[in-house]
Ligand binder design. Sequence first.
Ligand code: ADP
Ligand code: TRP
Length: 322
Amino acid sequence: MRVLSGIQPTGRFHWGNYFGAIRQYIDLQHGNDAYYFIANLHALTTIRDPAALRQNTIDAALDLLALGLNPSKAVLFEQSDVPEVTELTWLLMSITPMGLLERCVSYKDKVTKGLAADVGLFTYPVLMAADILIYDSEIVPVGADQIQHIEVARDIAGSFNHLFGETFVLPKYKVLESSAKVPGTDGEKMSKSYNNTIEIFDEPKAMRKKVMRITTDSRPMEQPKPDYENDHLYQLYSLFATDAQRNEMAALYQKGNFGYGQVKTALADAAEQFFASFRSKRAELAADLLKVQAILTDGASRARKKAGEVLLRAQKACGVKR
Ligand code: ADP
Ligand code: TRP
């Protein structure tokens, strides 16, 4: 299967990004023809600091490679290194109804809040459709918040095929249900926009500090807590714990007589151990940025080869190339 996904370099990746998205990418590189890219063009809709965008892009590459993305299995590249994508975006925009984009939540939310939206934000889903369709992608692994965008890509592909004949493969999304929503330190969905994140590659000390700040309820220690599955601290611990550790923690909640500080320490220990080998791999890669650049350059040339074929197919279909 051709698998493709993109991730925006809008800051350092957090636990939500890992369990909600990145871990799936890594798993899917086995036994599939996988393409993963750093969506720096999409990030331009929010980042206006060029130095930050450059740094975030390298950090994203380092993080993904450290977390197990293997460039000999998957193609890893930067979105802007494949100009065919923006060319295809125009072809797709020409047949995309305004109404389809007006219904997209990222745009709608901003407008509802009374904020001024850029054309880039409005057409964001079309660029995303081009990202997907240009590699004949079959499966697109994403977090639940991106489902609507994949449906838009399918709609656009369907309309194009209907108008100009079979051109694009209709993509399907794949969501990892079990960790669809990783909670943040305040119990809301972990997200950069809520300021409640814990970053994957935080130094252990900084990570512990954030863990200690996780909000908890004020029920007395001795009280049994049979509703442990709703507790975001327990949910976070579950992500890192083995089955045995998780059962032990569940039993503790059910019995009562424990402090949340104890759970936080267990969580910090488990998280530190979980990411330890990734951390040393990242340090190794960060010391050899030329190698990382070579991986991205090679990925871009592999991606462009496929993108060029599909773009030409689309151009011929709609009549802008003979
Ligand atoms: P943020 O909300 O911090 O800005 P992004 O929107 O950049 O994160 O998310 C990148 C990817 O990580 C997306 O596929 C998204 O669905 C996933 N993701 C982000 N936060 C979470 C979370 N708390 N739980 C599960 N998946 C998440
Ligand atoms: N919009 C996606 C996000 O914010 C990133 C993205 C861009 C993407 N292009 C894509 C994801 C194509 C999957 C396929 O997470």
